[in-house]
Design a protein around this ligand. Structure first.
Ligand SMILES: [Zn+2]
Length: 476
């Protein structure tokens, strides 16, 4: 209460005479929410910090020296703000991309021996071809049902999954569902085809066609299965093979030389902004610091992680501390293992009850439209004051759901911690997601401010609000 009282004494409400404690708290809270919103909308701290992170350090894949540099840089930045910073050790997978080339070497209508070069990129966790590459027939497969039907034809073939990203869903506000539908072929298609004896797997890029850019991302193998070569093919090239294969056999030469190295040392960056009356109770506001290696991860998840860091900068600028601790976390290894999330949950096992809420921002740099909340209907209704404060910036949308709101905060949510995310305009997030074009020039400064404002208002309200909200994902 120390900070709340100081603030009240400094404010105009004090001119009225003696302070009624219950009314005073309410006044401070409402006034603070608006000041927090306005301060966030006027600060370019997150934008400048994100620029130095992406421009000066670059891509931040787990195990890379760049991720290590980013962790140390961000820890220093948060210490400079006055936060209490802890580096939590985490062992992370260390996978390195090698050469990646493919060409059509034989296909219907081919002129002589003329080959066609394809645009592709290895999936995280992919195995490698022999050093000189490998040649095999392509088996075009639309979906898992067809894979089952044609199981007998898989052995030795390069399976190409052609499931397309449904941009129409994304255009209409369902980008997450479009990503899940197409993404399942990237996550588990290679393992399913490998189990049937495929020599390699290609998946149509998870994202709309239009730029001929391959989208990387993690793929996972079944227990005991050895990794086969697996890559994402630019949508245009997947379409090309699909057309050619309708007329006859297609053969492809593939060279992928990634390496899986021993697990590497990494860290979650945990920066506490201590609470005044209940410092042991925490509201987590977070994003992931690791990124794919093709680009600087400005959108995935630069805007999310630095937007979340911006919450503490706003509170620092205003000299505000909430009753509860606001804990910024920059997660490591979200992209290919979520080991940071697992390590945090493991370490906090006895303290889940002290976690009032967990927020993660990881859906790109579109404008903030409101809040996504994995809470009970009654708890969702209690969020009304937050949305009212966000009305002037147009972030009044509320999406209540019964599934987790972020990969890194999933373990907390399964343990009964209410989960949140900013609801953002993600219509075009998957255009460049996990491609070589996810760079700082794509970041919109005003949208980033709207993220910080939304995160800061929500985090402050959760840290000041006395009632506990109820998770719709897990029970405590
Ligand atoms: Zn992400």
């Amino acid at each position: 209460m120390v900070f709340g009282s100081l603030l009240l004494l400094a404010g105009p409400a004090n001119a009225q005479g003696p302070i009624d404690a219950s009314r005073a708290t309410a006044t401070v809270t409402a006034g603070s929410l608006e000041r927090i919103r306005d301060t966030a909308m006027q600060s370019d701290w997150a934008y400048r910090t994100l620029q130095t992170l992406t421009d000066q350090i670059g891509p931040r894949l787990s195990g890379s020296p760049q991720l290590e540099a980013a962790i140390l840089r961000l820890a220093a930045v948060m210490r400079e703000l006055g936060a209490t910073v802890t580096l939590q050790p985490v062992k992370v997978p260390h996978w390195e991309r090698g050469l990646e080339q493919a060409s059509l070497v034989s296909y219907p209508g081919q002129v002589g021996k003329l080959e066609q070069k394809l645009h592709l990129t290895a999936l995280g966790g992919s195995g490698s071809t022999p050093p000189g590459g490998a040649e095999a027939p392509v088996l075009v497969i639309r979906d898992f049902t067809e894979l089952e039907q044609r199981a007998g034809a898989v052995r030795g073939a390069i399976v190409l999954f052609t499931k397309a990203f449904d941009q129409n869903l994304a255009d209409n506000g369902l980008a997450g569902q479009a990503y899940e539908q197409a993404g399942q072929y990237r996550f588990s298609g290679p393992a399913a085809a490998a189990a049937l004896g495929a020599s390699a797997v290609l998946v149509r890029s998870v994202g709309p066609a239009g730029t001929r850019l391959p989208h990387t991302g993690a793929t996972t193998w079944k227990e005991g299965q050895s990794a086969i070569p697996a890559a994402a093919l630019a949508s245009e090239d997947a379409d090309l093979i699909e057309r050619l294969a309708q007329a006859g056999p297609v053969r492809l030469h593939l060279l992928l030389t990634p390496r899986t190295l021993p697990d590497a040392d990494s860290f979650n960056v945990i920066a506490d902004w201590p609470g005044t009356t209940h410092p042991e109770q925490v509201v987590v506001v977070s994003g992931h610091l690791d990124s794919w290696d093709l680009a600087t991860g400005a959108l995935d998840d630069g805007v999310g992680v630095i937007g979340a860091a911006g919450v503490l900068q706003v509170l620092q600028q205003l000299g505000l501390h909430a009753q509860r601790t606001i804990r910024f976390i920059a997660w490591t290894n979200e992209e290919n293992g979520t080991r940071g999330a697992k390590a945090y949950a493991e370490a906090q096992r006895d303290h889940f009850a002290d976690h009032i809420a967990a927020i993660e921002s990881d859906e790109g740099g579109g404008r903030a439209l409101g809040i996504r909340a994995a809470v009970s209907p009654a708890s969702a209704a209690a969020l009304k004051p937050v949305l009212q404060v966000l009305a002037p910036i147009g972030a009044t949308g509320l999406e209540r759901r019964d599934s987790p709101t972020g990969a890194d905060i999933t373990p907390l949510q399964r343990a009964g911690v209410p989960g949140f995310a900013p609801l953002v305009d993600a219509r075009h997030y998957f255009d460049l997601h996990h491609t070589a074009a996810d760079t700082f020039d794509k970041v919109d400064a005003l949208s980033l401010r709207s993220h910080v404002a939304t995160l800061a208002v929500l985090a402050w309200w959760l840290a000041e609000h006395s009632d506990r909200l109820q998770s719709s994902v897990g029970a405590p």
